[in-house]
Design a protein around this ligand. Structure first.
Ligand SMILES: [Fe+2]
Length: 312
């Protein structure tokens, strides 16, 4: 007889396909270049289907004074990034004189407005539904210190936040390479989320509502972890831990040149940051219900693979 504990150790089972047909073939996330002046058209739908939208040269000029922020890192070095949060836009992790820190803060405030404008122009149906979260300045090269496999973002992964349950929200990110000396930001992108999930779901331990409740009661999580959050954290870890998958999974190299802006759902698109320094990044949250097609969300893809709704 199995105990409750041993039963929970078993991985998830993929539900048989209703029509007995294999799913679509594995697809590597496409890089979709958006031409200047192009109308919004179907961009939201392409983004939701796993594309990275690339805007090669939207203007975001720096003043002469501000150019110093791409010449050396104005960071205290304690955290990976410098960022602002919330309406007050309090600056965290920065270094420099008070005047320099205020100028850096103003760049991040301006970048947040730039990201909001981009969403308003090219993803107008999201404009009223999206909420903008942290804005970051990332002056350091991709972290190659082998801290731990879990924090190694050169490994292909989808984003999941351990202490901050996401539930029915999507993670939409707007990146910009501000490198002054021609150095690209280099990424790898991987296969589509559904193909990845089929391989990894059987390795994920079953969700326990009880342990989610305990984690929240102990304030280890800021809210109760849903089954979706549980799945995403375990997929993130299982992906990063699998050296064979990292080396041999379907993937493509991408180089984002200085001046490029790119937008993607980082909870859906498999990515690894391989190199480059000096970047700006805006995180935004979008409710699944605000998508053009909610069925394309990782929340609904996982439910379809398991053949049932996820526990809220
Ligand atoms: Fe990531």
């Amino acid at each position: 007889m199995r105990t409750l504990a041993s039963r929970r150790q078993l991985g998830y089972r993929i539900a048989p396909l209703r029509h007995g047909r294999p799913g679509p073939h594995t697809m590597i996330s496409p890089i979709r270049t958006v031409a200047p002046g192009e109308s919004a058209g179907s961009l939201a739908r392409e983004l939701e289907a796993g594309a990275v939208l690339l805007f090669p040269d939207l203007p975001f000029p720096f003043s002469d004074f501000e150019k110093r922020f791409t010449e050396r890192p104005f960071a205290d070095g304690k955290a990976k990034n410098v960022n602002i949060r919330g309406e007050a836009a309090e600056l965290r992790g920065a270094a420099g004189t008070p005047e320099e820190q205020e100028a850096l803060r103003q760049i991040l405030i301006r970048y947040r407005a730039f990201a909001r404008d981009l969403i308003g122009t090219y993803l107008p149906d999201y404009a009223d539904r999206v909420s903008l979260a942290g804005t970051s300045y990332r002056p350091f090269d991709v972290d190659r210190r082998k801290l731990s496999w879990r924090r190694d973002d050169t490994r292909l992964h989808v984003d999941a936040f351990p202490s901050n349950p996401i539930g029915e929200k999507r993670i939409l990110r707007v990146f910009r390479n501000i490198n002054p000396s021609g150095e690209p930001r280099r990424w790898r992108v991987g296969e589509d989320f559904g193909s990845m999930a089929e391989k990894f779901l059987p390795r994920v331990p079953r969700y326990s509502a009880l342990s989610a409740h305990v984690l929240a009661a102990l304030r280890i999580t800021k809210a109760r972890r849903s089954e979706y959050d549980h799945l995403m954290l375990h997929l993130h870890d299982a992906l990063k831990q699998d050296e064979t998958y990292q080396a041999s999974a379907p993937q493509a190299d991408v180089a984002f040149r200085p001046g490029a802006t790119w937008v993607t759902f980082s909870d859906l698109v498999m990515h690894g940051a391989m190199g480059g320094r000096y970047m700006l990044e805006q995180t935004a949250y979008l409710p699944v219900a605000a998508q053009a097609d909610p069925a394309l969300s990782p929340q609904r893809i996982l439910a379809a693979k398991l053949g049932r709704p996820l526990h809220a």
